[in-house]
Ligand binder design. Structure first.
Ligand SMILES: NC(=O)c1ccc[n+]([C@@H]2O[C@H](COP(=O)([O-])OP(=O)(O)OC[C@H]3O[C@@H](n4cnc5c(N)ncnc54)[C@H](OP(=O)(O)O)[C@@H]3O)[C@@H](O)[C@H]2O)c1
Length: 286
């Protein structure tokens, strides 16, 4: 049976992949959380992969604390750049396929049209810089790898904007949300499905692909919709980026163009409102 290794298995995307793996009995799955496999440790990566000889590795492991990365750039680099380089190297040595996940934060956000995969990158924060270096190491160590860039990921698992908003909307009569940063949310369950469709398609076309839900919205619009879905009366005030300073700068615009993955792998891009409903239902059922 072909084996699939999932690293960073306790993260948002990792847990959605675990849920969906039940629909793919033709593969034997091996899930590793950070304690079981630290991707920054080349020896552990090599020992684990050599023992299992996976068909595919899905890397969901990452340092994702965008603001903290400003003061912990060394740690973020060790995971997001060197760790990814390790996975790519060993996957290549063993002729295993690698799916790695990257981010819209590789872009500076000065565009006004959706970013394509080959648009120039120019990250404006440490997290984005380490993720871009991870992409570079991934492709130089393993030109056969597939990288999927995604954005604004949320899920019923882990910590994310949707869960934070739901909590704040219950606690407070009024909240402020930034309305001058534009992008597209991604329900991690949809991303997990897209990853499986790529793996299961029978064709492997290396390179970078964008994937997110279909949207071109601000965080403020996203928050308003979350309030609507949970019938919250909380007032959502509009804030500018200047009114909501954070340690890490964020791109003002990071909408991703999804045509490449749609055409290459016939992947459906779900409307963001539908995916939000699915996630909110799951949060309330859990
Ligand atoms: N979240 C977003 O909004 C977003 C947006 C764009 C792209 N992405 C990308 O999407 C991917 C998945 O993100 P996510 O939202 O699922 O992130 P997540 O929930 O933070 O999950 C990442 C997982 O990686 C683990 N990890 C950290 N360091 C590790 C190491 N050295 N070795 C092994 N595992 C390690 C983390 O464990 P601990 O929690 O214990 O540290 C966590 O379980 C990442 O590549 C991320 O950069 C995310």
């Amino acid at each position: 049976m072909q084996k699939i290794i999932v690293t960073g298995a306790n993260g948002q995307v990792g847990q959605e992949i675990r849920d969906l793996s039940k629909n793919y009995p033709a593969y034997e799955f091996h899930f590793f959380d950070k304690k079981q496999l630290d991707i920054a440790n080349l020896k552990s990566v090599r020992d684990t992969f050599k023992e299992l000889h996976p068909y595919v590795i899905i890397n969901c492991a990452a340092y994702t604390a965008v603001d903290k990365a400003e003061s912990e750039s060394g740690l973020a680099y060790a995971i997001n750049a060197e760790g990814v380089g390790n996975l790519a190297l060993v996957a290549y040595e063993l002729q295993a396929k690698l799916v790695h996940i990257s981010t819209d934060y590789v872009f500076d956000g000065t565009s006004s049209v959706a970013y394509k995969e080959d648009d120039p990158t120019s990250p404006i924060n440490e997290y984005g810089r380490t993720k871009l270096e991870g992409e570079n190491k991934c492709l130089s160590n393993n030109p056969e790898a597939i990288i999927i860039r995604t954005s604004w990921v949320y899920s019923s698992y882990g910590n994310n904007f949707v869960k934070t908003m739901i909590r704040l909307m219950k606690e407070r009569p009024e909240i402020g949300v930034v309305s001058d940063q534009w992008g597209n949310p991604t329900y991690a369950a949809d991303l997990a499905e897209a990853i499986f469709q790529v793996i299961d398609s029978g064709k492997w076309i290396p390179g970078i692909y964008n994937y997110s839900n279909d949207a071109n919205i601000s965080w403020h619009q996203f928050a308003e919709r979350i309030a609507k879905e949970i019938n919250s009366a909380c007032i959502i005030k509009s804030l500018s980026t200047e009114q909501y300073p954070t340690p890490a700068k964020r791109p003002h615009y990071s909408v991703l163009n999804k045509e490449k993955i749609q055409k290459t792998y016939s992947i459906q891009i779900y409307p963001w409102q539908e995916s939000l409903v699915k996630c909110v239902r799951k949060i309330y059922l859990d």
